[in-house]
Design a protein around this ligand. Structure first.
Ligand code: ATP
Ligand code: MG
Length: 392
């Protein structure tokens, strides 16, 4: 029996002139992933992307899961393909569906005809196939309101498709459809999640990581690159820029009041990130901050941080509880790596009593004790870049 994967994208993102653009992006994303799972033919028709195995070596299970990680895809289903005749649809339903319906109690059938020349209308078709399913799986009952499984029959241009339920796709918008952003990527839990969330909204991600060698280790950097690899499974290839803050931190310790260290450091991070972003064509900075989570994330502290740059700063975790961020990080697979116990540059030289309600004027007085622009330039001179190729 011929099986195929059907990916549907949301009509919402497909309005107007952008429709073809979005469709092309989605098809390209799926083709990229398909290359890793065997010979597949990927094509598009009637607002659906079809992924059709070319022979038995194609890994259907792997491809199915990979398709569910593509942003912009709303549902993914597996279906058997058959001729557009009632006999053939019946026989296919009998042979194909029971394996998916074992252990389920209730079902309903939904039918759709894009081919209006098909002799039965949708209602009649659903009734026919419902009867077929009941006689093949006598443990099942029909429940049209809250069925365990929805069987779908579709009569389309090239044939008929019979499927047992569709699964939620990653949702969102195709990566690259909403510009490019620079993610400030630490080794923590929040920033990988922030990167994932913006990628989900179609933003292509680049990243900058700040290290403080020898106060931070090579292993800490490896961990961050591994996090980038994990985010890339969804977001696609990620360029990771690594910049040293060692000298800036040493200068802060020498010359500035201790309770301002973190705030001043964060302003340096933002300023350096903004320069890289401008150079790389990124329209926004992205951080994993959440209001009130730590001393440097009070409303006043965020205000002081923001004041260092003029580019928009996206903070998708801003209103989330830590527990919610953790949940998402588990779901996308970054959590276990994030909690590996390596130091971050923010955790070396941390003040004992950081300012939680800083006044900008006082911060600027401290900041002026150093040559801010020169230190930014010097830090930028340490920049190295790693290209993380997505492994789907
Ligand atoms: P995370 O879990 O993302 O590390 P956090 O709750 O530990 O966040 P902070 O350490 O205050 O919070 O960092 C706030 C944000 O600043 C991070 O989410 C990240 O975007 C950015 N950031 C912090 N440290 C670094 C770093 N070493 N390199 C790049 N960005 C960083
Ligand atoms: Mg952190």
């Amino acid at each position: 029996m011929k099986e195929i994967i059907l990916c549907k994208y949301g009509e919402i993102v497909l309005k107007g002139a952008n429709k073809k653009n979005f469709e092309d992006m989605l098809t390209r994303e799926i083709k990229k992933r398909a290359a890793a799972y065997g010979p597949f033919d990927v094509y598009r028709s009637q607002s659906t992307i079809y992924i059709q195995p070319e022979d038995d070596t194609a890994d259907m299970d792997g491809m199915f899961e990979a398709a569910r990680r593509v942003f912009g895809i709303v549902t993914v289903s597996r279906a058997a393909v058959c001729d557009k005749s009632m006999d053939s649809i019946r026989a296919t339903a009998r042979a194909y569906l029971p394996a998916f319906l074992t252990g389920k109690k209730t079902f309903k059938v939904e039918s759709k005809r894009s081919d209006k020349a098909f002799p039965l209308d949708s209602m009649a078709l659903s009734r026919e196939i419902g009867g077929e399913v009941l006689s093949a799986c006598h443990w099942l009952r029909v429940d049209v309101h809250e069925p365990d499984v929805t069987v779908r029959v579709e009569i389309r241009e090239y044939g008929a498709y019979v499927s047992a339920g569709s699964f939620k796709g990653a949702g969102g918008m195709p990566v690259g459809s909403n510009g490019k952003g620079l993610l400030l990527l630490s080794g923590g839990i929040d920033s990988p999640v922030a990167g994932y969330m913006l990628a989900k909204r179609g933003v292509k991600i680049e990243a900058v990581h700040f290290e403080s060698f020898p106060y931070t280790s090579e292993r800490a950097k490896e961990k961050v690159l591994e996090l980038a690899r994990l985010v890339a499974v969804y977001a696609g290839d990620i360029r990771v820029h690594v910049v040293s803050l060692t000298h800036i931190q040493e200068e802060l310790v020498k010359h500035c009041q201790e309770d301002y260290f973190t705030l001043l450091l964060r302003r340096y991070m933002m300023a350096i990130a903004e320069k890289i972003a401008a150079q790389r064509g990124c329209g926004a900075l992205i951080t994993g901050e959440s209001v009130g989570q730590v001393a440097s994330q009070t409303m006043q502290a965020i205000g002081v941080t923001d004041n260092a740059v003029s580019m928009p700063v996206f903070r998708p975790c801003i209103g989330m509880d830590k527990e919610e961020i953790v949940q998402l990080s588990r779901a996308i697979g970054t959590f276990e790596t994030s909690i590996l116990p390596y130091e971050d540059c923010c955790t070396v030289f941390t003040p004992k009593h950081p300012k939680t309600r800083p006044e900008l004027e006082k911060v600027l007085v401290e900041e002026r004790k150093l040559d801010f622009d020169a230190l930014v330039e010097e830090a930028l001179a340490t920049l190295t870049t790693e290209y993380i190729e997505a492994q789907y």
